[in-house]
Ligand binder design. Structure first.
Ligand SMILES: [Mg+2]
Length: 284
């Protein structure tokens, strides 16, 4: 390393997107641009940890010059760019879950932490005989676009799923309890989003963050984790980070995080994101 360069700070950063790096109302990241350039210049790995699919992230990743792995579909899986310098995934965790076999997709190695969507769909197909619900897999692009208000392209990207299946519940609340029970018998979990309930394997953003961190730690055990998030589904990630940062939201109260050193930003969304990173990097 040339002597005029500063050493890369020992940080590994995990960030939620909607309401965190992306503005809650208009999805803009522009207040965070300077901080993003800084992370890229310093060579700090910053990792999306989001409910979005791989297909939904590809354009944003390019726009932000992010070249790192991504945790997708609420921790259901991880997409590692082919050729990325990272220790190979541990054999032990694969042996524990025989369903974990690598998939590749658009230049990424996909690691299954929960269950693959194809397995989830098989289980849901069997449950369809007893319960009434509609999943993404039951809908055409046009039907889903009408339901969500997304464009055709956005809808197609949301439908390219690998590790989870969103459903709309159309049965009684009483039967929902039975459904939840049956789902857990199959080692699946339910995650309530807005109008959709996400059926996902036994994983979350925190499990995925810990799993990926262990790969980075093989080469650089000194790395400390930073997690930035604004919502309930970020709690598992925030509570497992060395430096948890709650991004203030204009839409809801901060999630309750049981960690003494948790930072709550003054500013909302990407402004808060930028503020927190500059503070951690001591650049402002
Ligand atoms: Mg969020």
């Amino acid at each position: 390393m040339p002597s005029n360069q500063v050493a890369t700070p020992n940080l590994l950063i995990f960030t939620d997107l909607d309401g965190t790096l992306l503005d809650h109302h208009n999805y803009s990241f522009s207040p965070a641009t300077q901080a993003i350039v800084l992370l890229n210049t310093l060579g700090i790995a910053w990792i999306f940890n989001t409910s979005k699919t791989l297909a939904e992230l590809l354009t944003l990743r390019k726009t932000l010059s992010n070249r790192h792995p991504m945790i997708v579909e609420n921790g259901g899986g991880i997409a590692i760019p082919e050729g990325y310098d990272l220790a190979p995934p541990p054999a032990l965790s694969r042996a524990k879950n025989s369903s974990v076999r690598d998939l590749t997709h658009q230049g990424f190695q996909l690691i299954t932490l929960g269950k693959r969507r194809t397995q989830i769909l098989d289980i849901l197909k069997a449950l369809h005989t007893q319960f009434t619900f509609t999943g993404f897999n039951d809908l055409s692009v046009t039907e889903l676009a009408e339901l969500t208000g997304l464009t055709k392209t956005q809808t197609e990207q949301a439908m390219q799923r690998h590790f989870s299946e969103p459903i709309i519940w159309q049965d009684t609340e009483e039967k929902f309890d039975k459904f939840r029970h049956r789902i857990s018998e199959h080692s699946l979990d339910l995650l309530r989003g807005g109008r959709f309930i996400h059926v996902i394997g036994k994983s979350d953003k925190g499990i995925a963050m810990r799993w990926l961190t262990s790969l980075y730690h093989q080469a650089r055990p000194e790395l400390k984790t930073v997690a930035l998030g604004d919502g309930e589904n970020d709690i598992a990630m925030l509570e497992n980070a060395d430096f948890p940062v709650i991004i203030r939201s204009p839409a809801h109260n901060p999630p309750s995080v049981q960690r003494k050193n948790t930072i709550l930003t003054q500013d909302y969304g990407p402004n808060g994101w930028s503020q927190a990173l500059h503070a951690l990097l001591k650049t402002k």
